[in-house]
Design a binder for this molecule. Sequence first.
Ligand code: NIG
Ligand code: FE
Length: 403
Amino acid sequence: MRAELLVHQLPLLCTLDPARDGALGELREASVGFSGGRVVYVGDAAHAPDADEIIDGQGAIGLPGLVDCHTHAAWAGSRADEFQQRLAGADYSAILEAGGGILSTVRATRAAGLDQLIALTRARVSGMRAHGVTTVEIKSGYGLDPTTERLLLMAAQSCNDLVTVVPTFLGAHTVPAEFRGDREAYLAQVLGPQLAACAPLAEAIDVYCDRGAFTLDEALAVLSAGRAHGLRLKAHAEQVTHTGIAGAAARMGALSVDHLEHIDGDGIESMAEHGTVAVMLPGAQLYLRDPAPPVESLREAGVPLAVASDLNPGTSPVHDLWTAATLACVCQRLTVTEAIAGITRVAARALGHLELGWLGPGSAADLVVVRPAPGEPTEVASLVQHLGGRRVEAVVRGGRRVV
Ligand code: NIG
Ligand code: FE
């Protein structure tokens, strides 16, 4: 056997293959071979096949291409002013209720054309890929009308040559200014024309159920309509206030519910029962100075934990998934093993893409080669402990070197 590409002599390879021993399916002194866009060898470096092209893995750690399972990477405009207002004490939900926050990004996004939205989204996604991310979920949600929501999903789709994009329709992000007096009419637009325009471009539907956004009943109506269009279900749940959406969405078969700072015991029980993934978004928790989600109770109940950047211009301007992994450990007390699984295999599960986030026979051919900060051992704890300092040596996507 000859491989087209071989990542060779990694002192540590975390396969995340559940068929292997070790919490992260670790192999020492390992190589990974790719041919025809597939993984053709994972194992001992000494028995690796010959290859047309070799990436030297010495001194580095190999991991499956990272999966960022919750981002709002398609937007125009800046919220740096709002950042300063919040530093001076202004409240996030109050800013939104007064027409700022998400709504200010909606104004800037509506004013941008498709070309600009594509350029901005691609630039952000390229930056994410340089850190080792090969799959990005991208939500709409800053258009809040049928035309602009659709443009945002087109901008998301335009990144498919860079990474694997999972586009998610989030027309129910908040009620836009022109409908503030008639939220029922806006909901009807989301469930009707927006969904009809966007469902063909999306894999999933999401809803922001919270103070300043949608009520539990409204959110459930959105999820039901999405399901009727064949979309997978997700929810921004229990972030600012407790609404009960986490448990309700879990019972509807949602793939994930995300945030969860204010989830209660019933919600956790429903998630555990239905295998719903809890997506931790420590960037938003940090920027909003929120309390941490009850990670210990989620863990005890057996709820799978993923970690995502939540990249957005307001609550989580976090472009690096490694930063989210580190913050999940420091601010939410995930273990290093949970954080690594949370940005790979469990994140893929949150998207319903079980071929992603691990390396082995039948997996996607995506891999990142990363060197810990100078002087650190080639161990995952070093990778996650340090904010910055690591160096991404190579990114392989679809069996080809892209970084
Ligand atoms: O995930 N919570 C709602 N949505 C985003 C924030 C979006 C924004 O503020 O622009 C979030 O935190
Ligand atoms: Fe979000």
